[in-house]
Design a protein around this ligand. Structure first.
Ligand code: GLV
Ligand code: MG
Length: 339
């Protein structure tokens, strides 16, 4: 059975290898659409090749009265659209405690299981949730005669899920990755932000007073509200050979803040983020690809390090076995993206 761990190359004995691998197919941008929205659904064939992942959303954001229409719309799209080699089809199912989950998973695996790469499960709280989905998928795949296992992606969006993040990642070889769900997580934690992802102007550090024209003037800097959560999620994912993603950024007009939040997540180790509007697709693809300068520097270090051991000086900076590994992460991603 193919598992998420197959995405990782084995480490060759004695030779330095990248410490972190990249997904077999890029998934920098997971673009959400509502399959019950006919206008949105009609645009999906044109989006193949633009977003790495097209995700038919059945959960929050879809009105209760439209849940069945969304499921049926996704079946139609799965049957009619050719997603090609470079675009994956994912879905976000309704949560396990909802009245829709069982029909969602049964209908979709039976009707379009051969097209579905990953099912995203919201509000996952522990390994037991993943075990349940894993067994159900195995039964439905066998019944439908599918040969390619459908992978599972969990959204981290409750305090309990957060506390159990390591066991969630390890719960099944089907685990593909985790996304941060900042809106639900903020509510569950009783944080005081009402934004969907991103920072908050009140969560800041203030500089000591500076000598200047204005009495008592102090510069302020906004902090990343999600730093702890993302870093913890990244560690749990890497430990288990699966992939961490930043989730949604709801302020569609604020493309600068979206890019900042995506970049913070990228620098901390995330491989991608969600897109809620076509304008976020380009932001995500740019941010979750290494810059030309970083790739050029990384390739220089790899070349300078020869057999990969010892230390060299490059532009006045020390590079050694460990910094080589950091550079190999960038080079591996660049190679995958053809950069
Ligand atoms: C996403 O589902 C979120 O709750 O932020
Ligand atoms: Mg949510």
């Amino acid at each position: 059975m193919r598992s998420a761990k197959d995405f990782f190359k084995p480490l060759a004995v004695g030779a330095p290898q990248p410490v972190t691998e990249v997904p077999a197919r890029p998934s920098r941008v997971i673009h959400f659409f509502d399959p019950s929205n006919e206008k949105m659904a009609a645009k999906i064939p044109d989006m193949v090749g633009k977003a790495d992942v097209l995700l038919g959303n059945l959960e929050d954001g879809v009105k209760a009265d439209n849940k069945v229409a969304a499921r049926e719309g996704l079946v139609r799209i799965g049957q009619e659209v050719d997603f090609g080699e470079n675009t994956q089809l994912w879905t976000r199912l309704n949560s396990l405690d909802s009245p829709w989950f069982i029909d969602d998973i049964t209908t979709l695996v039976t009707a379009i299981g051969d097209k579905l790469d990953v099912v995203m499960i919201p509000k996952v709280e522990g390994a037991e949730d993943i075990h349940y989905v894993d067994r159900l998928l195995a039964q439905l795949e066998a019944k439908a005669g599918l040969t390619k296992p459908i992978l599972v992606h969990a959204i981290l969006e409750t305090a309990r899920g957060m506390v159990n993040v390591e066991e969630i990642c390890a719960a099944s070889p089907r685990m593909q990755g985790l996304s941060l769900g900042p809106a639900d997580l903020a509510a569950d934690r009783r944080m005081k932000t009402t934004r969907v992802g991103g920072g908050h102007p009140g969560y800041l550090v203030r500089e000591d007073p500076v000598d200047g024209d204005i009495e008592g003037e102090r510069a302020t800097y906004q902090q990343d509200l999600w730093h702890y959560t993302i870093a913890r999620m990244v560690d749990a994912c890497v430990m288990n050979g699966i992939f961490p993603y930043y989730g949604p950024f709801g302020d569609i007009k604020d493309t600068v803040a979206c890019e900042d939040q995506f970049r913070n997540a990228f620098l901390l180790g995330c491989v991608g983020a969600w897109s809620l509007h076509p304008v976020q697709i380009e932001i995500g693809k740019r941010v979750f690809s290494p810059s030309v300068e970083d790739v050029a520097h990384a390739r220089r270090v790899v070349a300078a390090m020869g057999d990969g051991t010892g230390a060299v000086m490059l532009d006045g900076k020390m590079e050694d076995d460990a910094s080589l590994k950091q550079c190999q992460v960038i080079v591996a991603l660049a190679d995958q993206l053809g950069k």
